[in-house]
Structure formats: structure tokens, C-alpha cells
Design a protein around this ligand. Structure first.
Ligand code: SF4
Ligand code: SF4
Length: 396
């Protein structure tokens, strides 16, 4: 609907945008081995984080309390089956590679149409194409695509192979592409509503595996057309995929720190391909999410460690937004032994894509005065407090 399309994204830029250093990511920090050169170098830069990072690292080292103490062979097997291959798809010659010297010419609109059709065929549920703002490119590498000695790693992965270009900790990242193709991959609602559990982890891992393969395939397709292209997925991001997706018009930044889309709510995972293939661009959208999230606190009130803010937005690297406390979130995950996705499934926007829910989404977008009522109605119909569903029989 054209009235949803806007000229600029709905996040508020209030100062110069600063690039994010991936070394500051909590998933990177928890894997800093105490006493290693990387750990020492990082904590010289950030002495204030020494204590909390030790708490994070203690879970990786197996020295901290995990609620599910018993060995869970099923969860470990699910993890290996789904997340394991994503690491293989993160190798540099998977996400990137040589470009065909023969360049296929085409109108930008036609190229965009072809790319979108192929991305959907490869498994993406939503596809939008936007500009790549250089501010969303990570400044330095912080995460490894896998970590050594972890039992779920395929046997191939021990240490960082020689020539692992731009994947060494602390290496600067430069991505010169102008365009980004953002893709959303839906998660199964019934599997996710068991969260936090090995079953929701299985679904998350499977969706990440699909998204990794599709992004790698799409980048290869574009390179075969004669244009540079790089895939970005769970184990090898070079860009912040959420603001990139907002710029492309996939959805809006929400209170929970994730992206809300009109079609899937929060219940999906993202991947993207950056490229210099000229394509017609989609426009950002205004779905009313900024106002809706002001009136709805459901994710924050259901977040067990209270990691999602209930108050006002704050300025983060030049953008005013709600700021998730990633440390609280990750400590909770590690403490219970599974990833949590409660905020994704309780969001009133995360509903099956039925005619009725599409109609309700239209009201949420078009009728600001109805938003408080919709929040109240969601509590009434689905419950204000999240209750996990039982695991499906077939996984037992
Ligand atoms: S994933 Fe769970 S712990 Fe983390 S912010 Fe969402 S609800 Fe809170
Ligand atoms: S649960 Fe409510 S406040 Fe949280 S992201 Fe969804 S709409 Fe926004």
C-alpha cells in the first residue's frame, strides 16, 4: 500500500552515525578466552567490562551454573544438525568469491525483479532491496564463524584457517557495495511457542541454515552475472542486518530491538546480500510501529531478565531508539541453557498470516486510535503472560 511507503526510515538520526565494532557484540565478548591476547587487548580498551565479560565467558568455559544440568543429547544433536552447516557456509569462499568477467546488462527494475523472484524461490519469505548505508558496515571483526573445541562444530573446524580474510579478530571491515538485498525467513509459530527449549532452538537453527544457504546462493548468482556480491548470515555478518532491512523497507525497528514486519511480526530471521549490481530500490515503510510500541510493553513485561526497556528511547551511536540490554538477555540464555525467543512470539504483530490477522495488521497500521485497543485485545485473546506450549510429539 503506497501510504505505508515513506522517504526516510522511521528511526530518528540525532547525530553523526558511528559504525558498530563487532568486538563489542556480546556473542563476541563471551568467546574471549580469559588470558588470550584478544581478551587482554579488548579489556585494555574496555576495563569497565572485565567483570561482566568474565561472567559471560564462564558459561562457555562450563564454569557457571546452567539450570538444565543433565546432559541433553537431543538438544546437542539438533544444534549440530542445524547450526553446524551454517559454519560451513560462513567460509570466505562461500559468502564471497570471484566475479564473472562477463557482465550481464539489464535495466535496474528488471534486475531487481529477477533478484527478488530468485530470492523467494531460494526460500526467502520477504525480500526488499535498499541502499547500503556505509554506517551499517561493522568497523572491525569481532566474532568467529565458529569457536574451537566446541562439540557441535563439524570436524573440519579447529582454529581459524590461514588466509581467513577479514575474519581475524580485530581486522578492519570494508564493504564497498552500494546496495543490500534484505531477506526475512519465517519461523514456525508452534515450534517457537515452546521457547525457551531445544525445540525452539531447533527451529531457529533450521531457519538460520535456510537463510545462510539462500544468501550464499543469491550472492553466487549475482557474481555469475558479473557483479560483486557478498552474503551476510548468522556466522559471518559484515553489516548490521536490522537497520539495513529497515532502510530497504522490510519493516521498522521495534522496542524489542528487532525488526517488526507487517507480514511476519517479529517471528523470522534475517540474512542479506550486499552487491554493486544496479537495481531499482524499495522504499522504507511506516507501519506505525513507533507509536504501537509506545502503547504496548508486552515484550518488555514478558522478558524474564527484564532486558527490554519499558521507558523512553535513548541515543545509541547517533540513532534514538529503545536499547535492549544484550548482556542481561544473553546471561539469561546461558543460565537456562537454551536461546530464548519469548519477545518474538508474544509480540502482537507475530501472528500466523491468516486473512483475519492480515486485517488486524491493516487496522494497526491505518488507525492509530485503535492501537491501544489492539494491545488490550491481544492480551485478552492470547493472554498477557507468555505460557510455553508443549513440545510436539515427534521430537520426543
Ligand atoms: S530473547 Fe528472551 S531474554 Fe532476550 S530480550 Fe527477548 S524475551 Fe528477553
Ligand atoms: S511486543 Fe509490543 S512493544 Fe514489544 S516489539 Fe511487539 S509491539 Fe513493540
Amino acid at each position: 500500500m503506497s501510504y505505508e511507503l515513506v522517504d526516510k526510515p522511521t528511526y530518528e538520526v540525532v547525530g553523526p552515525l558511528e559504525r558498530f565494532d563487532e568486538r563489542d557484540n556480546v556473542f563476541a565478548r563471551e568467546r574471549l578466552i580469559p588470558g588470550s591476547p584478544e581478551e587482554r587487548a579488548y579489556h585494555v580498551m574496555h576495563p569497565e567490562l572485565v567483570e561482566v565479560d568474565r561472567r559471560l565467558a564462564a558459561f562457555i568455559e562450563g564454569k557457571a551454573d546452567v539450570q538444565s544440568q543433565e546432559e541433553d543429547w537431543m538438544g546437542a544433536a539438533f544444534y549440530s544438525a542445524t547450526f553446524g552447516p551454517v559454519a560451513a557456509l560462513a567460509q570466505p569462499d562461500m559468502v564471497d568469491g570471484p566475479v564473472s568477467p562477463q557482465q550481464v546488462e539489464g535495466e535496474p527494475a528488471e534486475m531487481a525483479r529477477r533478484v527478488e523472484k530468485l530470492a523467494r524461490y531460494l526460500g526467502a519469505d520477504l525480500v526488499r532491496i535498499g541502499p547500503l548505508n556505509p554506517a551499517w558496515v561493522y568497523s572491525h571483526r569481532g566474532r568467529r564463524p565458529f569457536f574451537e573445541g566446541y562439540r557441535a562444530n563439524p570436524p573440519l573446524f579447529h582454529g581459524i584457517p590461514d588466509g581467513y580474510r577479514d575474519l581475524k579478530w580485530g581486522a578492519p571491515i570494508e564493504i564497498p557495495h552500494q546496495y543490500a538485498i534484505s531477506m526475512a525467513f519465517a519461523q514456525d509459530d508452534s515450534m517457537m511457542r515452546t521457547t525457551p527449549s531445544p525445540v525452539s532452538d531447533l527451529e531457529v537453527g533450521q531457519v538460520y541454515a535456510r537463510s545462510a544457504l539462500a544468501s550464499v546462493q543469491l550472492a553466487r548468482y549475482i557474481r555469475a552475472l558479473g557483479y560483486s556480491a557478498r552474503a551476510h548470515h548468522l556466522r559471518n555478518y559484515g553489516v548490521l542486518v536490522v537497520p539495513v532491512a529497515v532502510d530497504a523497507g522490510l519493516g521498522e525497528l521495534a522496542r524489542s530491538g528487532y525488526l517488526i514486519t507487517k507480514e511476519l511480526g517479529l517471528n523470522f530471521r534475517l540474512a542479506c546480500v550486499t552487491t554493486d549490481l544496479p537495481m531499482a530500490l524499495d522504499r522504507p515503510v511506516d507501519l506505525g510501529v513507533q507509536d504501537f510500541c509506545q502503547k504496548c510493553l508486552k515484550c518488555a513485561e514478558n522478558c524474564p531478565p527484564r532486558a527490554i526497556p519499558t521507558g523512553e528511547k535513548v541515543v545509541v551511536r547517533g540513532v534514538r531508539k529503545w536499547k535492549l540490554d544484550e548482556v542481561k538477555c544473553l546471561l539469561y540464555w546461558r543460565h537456562i541453557g537454551w536461546a530464548c525467543a519469548i519477545c518474538q512470539v508474544v509480540c502482537p504483530w507475530s501472528k500466523p498470516h491468516t486473512l483475519f490477522h492480515r486485517f488486524v495488521a491493516e487496522i494497526a497500521i491505518r488507525v492509530p486510535a485503535a492501537r491501544r485497543f489492539l494491545v488490550w485485545a491481544d492480551d485478552l485473546v492470547y493472554g498477557a503472560n507468555f505460557e510455553p506450549r508443549p513440545e510436539p510429539e515427534w521430537v520426543k
